[in-house]
Ligand binder design. Structure first.
Ligand SMILES: C[S@@+](CC[C@H](N)C(=O)[O-])C[C@H]1O[C@@H](n2cnc3c(N)ncnc32)[C@H](O)[C@@H]1O
Length: 410
């Protein structure tokens, strides 16, 4: 059994969250990047290694596997589609194998990852060669069908009332991997959470639901700890954690943010029919993150947070401005980490997944808060790993995502 995960705009982060979250799959796997935007997970066990027809995946025997794959798609912010790889084919056999593959579909689309094949030419050639009438849908742009196309034409096998199939060809040095799309990201659900929440925060910039999900996956893996965001702002991390079915809490120093997060939480709960473990007033409260949480948190818990990133910038910083920016933030971040060292080991978070900012300077370089802090964090007993960074090429602030653990907890 082999699945391909089609990665979105932050492939490095997407890959790491898949490796953390795909531990929910009922088999052991090995991960390989086969194209810059494609990660495959191949089952290590022999009983799932045989090729079986993709429609078998719809049978009751595979209901558990199906549910897990659908669940993964819902919670993986960085994965656009999950594809079932049917086989690896040699270069000159591609058209014969694809002919076989499209046979069950009255409507089919073709997506190609990698160079050397034009999906439109291939799709039309298959249509000419096939018996019976079929509708071929070409990618709207480039070589890949968009999520919107796959949803609109109901081409995902595990989607609602599938009406066709999306055939995926992944170019390899020695041939091609071919498969069909099982699931696709629910773009409307993300847009709704991103743009229609009652109190958005364009000024200090809310995390997108997809990045919040990725950070949660890194923190949680296949366990189900509680989640605490001590710089919760408008509450994105808390909302996404609750949607993943995790107990979640947040606090913020600003009363206005606490109110915004509570309103957003009420809206999410109503829209998604969530029954909250407590009223939002008890899940989100006001406090400074450099003092102990006022509320006793369930154990175990993890911290997932995007702390204060500094005042919004209008232009790159001069060297003295960058030094002042770093000094201000180091004070806040170190106070936060020092506070957790005063807590009994069994009451500490299991993990911290945090955003550290890096700001653009006049000479074009980015000054990274994490790089400035990493050695001292290490001396304080925190092991840390920068997983990825993200930000548009024009951004003045990049976000570096870092996973930290305490050595005395390992
Ligand atoms: C970048 S925003 C977090 C945005 C949040 N991730 C979201 O998606 O809405 C940082 C937050 O940290 C809060 N903050 C700043 N200093 C703080 C402190 N000492 N203790 C707690 N919160 C603080 C700010 O009020 C702000 O809401």
């Amino acid at each position: 059994m082999q699945l391909a995960f089609i990665l979105g705009r932050t492939p490095e982060l997407a890959k790491k969250e898949i490796e953390a979250a795909a531990t929910i799959l009922p088999f052991q796997w090995s991960a390989t990047i086969v194209q810059p935007d494609v990660l495959t997970l191949k089952s290590d066990s022999r009983d799932l290694s045989d090729v079986f027809h993709e429609n078998d995946l719809l049978s009751p025997q595979f209901s558990q596997l199906r549910e897990k794959i659908m669940n993964l798609q819902k919670r993986l912010g960085g994965t656009i589609k999950i594809v079932y790889i049917i086989k690896q084919v040699e270069k000159d056999k591609l058209s014969i194998d694809l002919q076989e593959l499209i046979r069950p579909y009255k409507t089919y689309g073709i997506t190609v990852h990698g160079d050397g094949i034009d999906p439109v030419r291939l799709g039309l050639q298959l249509k000419r060669q096939s018996s019976g009438s079929r509708r071929f849908l070409a990618p709207k742009e480039g070589r890949k069908m968009s999520s919107a196309q796959v949803i609109r034409y109901r081409l995902a096998l595990f989607g609602d009332r599938p009406a066709g199939g999306e055939v995926v060809v992944i170019c390899q040095p020695a041939g091609y991997l071919i498969g069909v799309t099982l699931t696709v990201q629910d773009i409307d659900a993300y847009a709704k959470r991103d743009f229609h929440i009652p109190v958005p925060d364009p000024r200090s910039g809310m995390l997108t639901p997809k990045v919040a999900q990725a950070m949660l996956n890194l923190a949680v893996g296949n366990s189900a700890p509680a989640v605490y965001d001590p710089f919760c702002g408008s509450g994105r991390v808390v909302e996404e954690a609750l949607l993943m079915g995790l107990p979640a809490f947040g606090s913020d120093i600003a009363v206005g943010k606490v109110e915004a997060a509570r309103k957003n939480l009420n809206w999410i709960a109503a829209e998604y029919g969530l029954s909250l473990a407590a009223v939002p007033e008890r899940l989100i409260w006001q406090q400074d993150a450099s003092v102990l949480p006022k509320t006793e948190l369930p154990r175990p818990f993890v911290i997932v947070t995007e702390p204060y990133l500094g005042s919004p910038l209008r232009q790159p910083l001069t060297d003295p401005e960058a030094t002042a920016w770093q000094a201000e933030l180091e004070k806040l971040y170190f106070a936060f980490f020092k506070m957790w060292m005063t807590v009994r080991v069994d009451r500490q978070p299991r993990k911290w997944v945090m955003v550290f900012p890096a700001v653009k300077c006049r000479d074009g370089r980015f000054q990274s808060l994490y790089r400035a802090m990493v050695d001292r964090l290490d001396e304080m007993g925190y092991s840390s790993l920068q997983v990825s960074d993200y930000g548009r090429p024009s951004s003045l602030v990049k976000r570096e995502i870092v996973v930290l653990t305490r050595r005395d907890l390992q």
